[in-house]
Design a protein around this ligand. Structure first.
Ligand code: GDP
Ligand code: MG
Length: 674
């Protein structure tokens, strides 16, 4: 019936009386063999356990969980938030170890970073949940921990995770102090009115300055110095205090077991066989396997086939009760059925739906096309599934004369776009062309007949695709998106940082010392200037010490032009881009050189030109191959000829034909990188 594993953790034998407080129950204790010993029913006669098991990170483990054992007052739901690399995932490891969820192995397992891309890059890109059980002063608590990503591109994951929490651990590296993302994350938690537990990490390092960092926290956020916990997530020092603070300072959820079911969907993943796995917070009531649940968003009803907790893998529990966080599988095979932010209720018992989430605001757009049009359908399903996993990506259908049918995707930043691309390739085996990224511009249109005919009554349009950039003759003015950047830097680099910001057309907003040596700068900048290389340059001029975060900040009029790229006299829309007039020549030259480096020599000459209107701003010429290598293989040398042809064909697989020119896939991505 179910796989057998050895017992390593047993949580259960709940007293029946506790169930009564929760009302609804279903399911029966199941019988298992463990270590070949029969567990007779009498061993569990007085309990109504919900037996579950799961193979956790290759450890054998069986967990007996009765979710009815945890009334609302014994539940704590919290997130770990911090700047990149301050130790969130490491702290999550320690908490899971102490609670016995995972065994003690090494000092750096990062068990919650499960995606290949996370392991390869050493960063968290997806918020991950794990429940854990902890006994404090004789009372068993159910804790639900969410490890979040730290990079600005994945902030949407953080804000969604916070909706399922009542508190956060704000982790700060005692060696590095408050960084830009610390500030951003603090305000996310603060605005969500969560209790914030400041935790200073890495006190084992010899340069750690917990006192200094504690006073930064007090200066900036009014968090009391004496309330800062001091820990080392690596060595395990101070972790017990973290548990104590969670239990004492994070309030239990406000939740009613007696009200009808109200389940809030805050995240989801896609499983090939089970469909959407929805992460839910049970706001009121309870949900059981076998129930039906109705979406407040679509009105559609689903059969609940599995309910459980993440531990950190899925562990079925049969029920989830008020205040608890777990997963529900309900046969949602159509991606659109699992709407992030949706509220579910039992059929016929509608409740006031939760407010949901603000839609993520994409900052960067790029076209995505299958290398081979025959892969269109499989790529579409891969994109559908991956966007279920990452709801911050926006998708619209697009097509291009050179690249065929595809999509225009919106991302929260370039790293986000890179990671999405890598996940498509790694998790879905997809092979795609991504066009050069662009930010969303706006154009205020003139009142003309032609504009009315093309754009209807709207007088302002948003342009996510440079190919659709309207001509200046039809436009009153163009607008470009702005951001508010927060930069924290040691003061010795301040001159260089300010110079970089000036080069990027900044507007100075704020300049505050957060302690004797560190400065917090606020600048308003055009997004377009930031998206490509700002962060890399900031890191290099500050020897890696400056940190950076941003949020969108409206639109400003700008003198924009469309920079066309021509190959042998033909415009290639996929390579064209929108730039500031002052920068057109520089960017045009750069793109031409890049293309010159990536386009291989062909049988004929290839002219690469960058133009604005009819003016040519830059040109490069790829000389033709001197002679046809195949021409030499005359007569009987068939096998050599075949080999050469095969090699040429393989090379061409990664190429795209634009007119009669072979352009490698990389050309589309690399043109804008500097
Ligand atoms: P995250 O990006 O916030 O999830 O950070 P990680 O948990 O991935 O940790 C980043 C790096 O800091 C890893 O190399 C960890 O081993 C290291 N690290 C985390 N906590 C500590 C600590 O308490 N002391 C020391 N010395 N290193 C730590
Ligand atoms: Mg992490």
């Amino acid at each position: 019936m179910v796989e057998m594993f050895s017992v390593k953790a047993i949580f259960a034998c709940a007293r029946f009386t506790k169930h009564l407080s929760h009302g609804k129950h279903a399911g029966f204790p199941w019988l298992y063999c463990c270590h070949g010993i029969n567990l007779e029913p009498r061993n569990f006669q007085r309990s109504r356990n919900y037996f579950t098991c799961s193979k956790l990170h290759s450890q054998e483990k069986k967990v007996y969980v009765d979710m009815g054992e945890f009334p609302v007052e014994n539940i704590r739901n919290f997130s770990i938030i911090a700047h990149v690399d301050h130790g969130k995932s490491t702290l999550a490891d320690r908490l899971l170890e102490i609670a016995g969820v995972i065994s003690k192995k090494g000092d750096n397992q990062q068990v919650l970073d499960t995606l290949q891309v996370e392991r390869e890059r050493g960063i968290t890109v997806k918020a991950q949940t794990s429940s854990l059980f902890y006994t404090y002063k004789g009372t068993k608590y159910l804790l639900n921990l969410i490890d979040t990503p730290g990079h600005v591109d994945f902030n949407y994951e953080v804000s969604r995770s916070l909706a399922a929490c009542q508190g956060v651990l704000l982790l700060v590296d005692a060696n590095q102090g408050v960084q830009a993302q610390t500030v951003a994350n603090f305000y996310l938690a603060f605005e969500s009115e969560l209790s914030i537990i400041p935790v200073l990490n890495k006190i084992d390092l010899k340069n750690a300055d917990p006192d200094g960092v504690a006073s930064q926290l007090e200066n900036l956020f009014d968090l009391k110095e004496e309330e800062c916990l001091r820990i080392s997530a690596k060595t395990g020092v101070g972790i017990q205090d973290v548990f104590e603070s969670i239990i004492l300072k994070v309030p239990p959820p406000v939740s009613s077991p007696t009200k009808p079911l109200k389940a809030f969907l805050f995240d989801s993943t896609y499983d090939q066989y089970r469909g959407a796995i929805t992460n839910v917070a049970i706001i009121d009531g309870s949900i059981s396997k076998g129930d039906k649940m109705t979406s407040a968003f679509s009105g559609k009803t689903f059969d609940v086939s599995e309910v459980g907790i993440m531990y950190p893998d899925r562990v079925p529990t049969g029920q989830l009760y008020s205040g608890q966080v777990g997963y529900v599988i309900a046969g949602m095979y159509n991606i659109k059925e699992a709407n992030i932010g949706d509220t579910f209720h039992h059929p016929g018992q509608p409740t006031e739906p939760m407010p949901g989430f603000k839609a993520a605001k994409p900052m960067v757009f790029a076209g995505m096309y299958p290398i081979d049009q025959s892969e269109y359908v499989s790529l579409r399903s891969a994109i559908d599934r991956l966007t279920l996993n990452d709801s911050s990506v926006s998708v619209s259908i697009d097509s291009s004369p050179a690249l065929g049918q595809g999509w225009r995707l919106g991302f929260l930043g370039l790293l986000h776009m890179d990671v999405f691309n890598q996940r498509l390739e790694q998790e879905y085996n997809a092979n795609v062309i991504v066009t050069s990224p662009s930010v969303p511009y706006k154009a205020v249109l003139k009142e003309t007949k032609l504009n009315k005919q093309d754009y209807g009554d709207t007088d302002e349009i948003t342009i996510n695709n440079p190919a659709l950039f309207p001509d200046i003759a039809r436009v009153e003015r163009y607008l470009e998106p702005m951001i508010m950047a927060t930069i924290i830097t040691p003061d010795e680099y301040i001159g260089k940082v300010i110079n970089l910001c000036i080069e990027k057309r900044c507007e100075h907003v704020e300049h505050t010392y957060i302690d004797q040596k560190r400065v917090l700068l606020k600048y308003r900048l055009p997004l377009n200037e930031v998206i490509i290389d700002f962060f890399d340059r900031l890191k290099s001029i500050s020897s890696g010490y400056a940190s950076f975060d941003y949020e969108d900040n409206g639109f400003e009029p700008a003198d924009l032009v469309k920079l066309n790229i021509l190959l042998n006299g033909k415009v290639v829309e996929e390579l064209s881009t929108v730039v500031h007039r002052d920068k057109a020549r520089e960017v045009g030259k750069h793109i031409c050189t890049r293309l010159y480096d990536t386009i291989p020599r062909q049988l004929y000459e290839v002219a690469i030109q960058a133009t604005v209107g009819s003016k040519v701003l830059a040109r490069e010429t790829v000389r033709p191959l001197k002679k046809n290598v195949l021409a030499k293989c005359y007569g009987g040398d068939i096998s050599r000829k075949m080999k050469l042809l095969k090699r040429q064909a393989e090379g061409k697989k990664r190429m795209r034909k634009l007119g009669n020119i072979d352009v490698p896939k990389e050309a589309f991505i690399s043109v804008l990188k500097r």
